[in-house]
Write a protein that binds this ligand. Sequence first.
Ligand SMILES: CC(C)(COP(=O)(O)OP(=O)(O)OC[C@H]1O[C@@H](n2cnc3c(N)ncnc32)[C@H](O)[C@@H]1OP(=O)(O)O)[C@@H](O)C(=O)NCCC(=O)NCCS
Length: 169
Amino acid sequence: MEARYPSESRTILTDLVLPGETNPLNNLFGGELLARMDRAAGIAAGRHSRRIVVTASVNHVAFSKAIPLGSVVTVEAKVSRAFKSSMEVVIDVWIEDRQSGDKTKANEAIYTFVAVNESGAPVSIPQIKPETELEQQRYDAALRRKQLSLVLAGKMKPDDATELKALFT
Ligand SMILES: CC(C)(COP(=O)(O)OP(=O)(O)OC[C@H]1O[C@@H](n2cnc3c(N)ncnc32)[C@H](O)[C@@H]1OP(=O)(O)O)[C@@H](O)C(=O)NCCC(=O)NCCS
């Protein structure tokens, strides 16, 4: 299978924050943003693998800025690294200023998807070739994040997480 570029999976979803999607402070409800990010990341993972994909894990979410009612929100997802059947997808969330059109980064998240066959069993996927400096940084860190996720899920022994342990020694 030929490796693909992260840009080939790039997925952008732009939508408004409507009244039914807010919390009592009139900011976007966290669960709604998680769903939008999951949708964009799932499309990106599907574009990379060209297979059915399922969310295996939400590895990191930072709700650093509240997103007010009426905001125009852009969710941008790209595969940062592919392993055997799993992919890490990095999601950046931007709010657009209505008057200037400037975009401010509001949140970011990292999800893991697994490509599966019609019976739900994991299948092999193409590798990824980072092109930009940021893509390379995200690619390099993805293995440590995968190990952390597996350790937390009880699927890997901490002693086997070599690259993750190297961060602390
Ligand atoms: C995700 C799923 C397919 C993994 O199946 P599994 O039998 O555990 O398969 P494996 O142990 O072979 O893991 C498959 C891959 O997923 C990775 N993986 C599994 N759990 C993971 C986790 N918590 N974090 C990161 N990667 C994980 C494995 O490392 C492996 O990656 P690799 O093939 O690239 O090396 C299975 O657990 C599943 O179908 N879960 C439900 C998914 C779903 O319905 N999501 C929506 C929730 S509503």
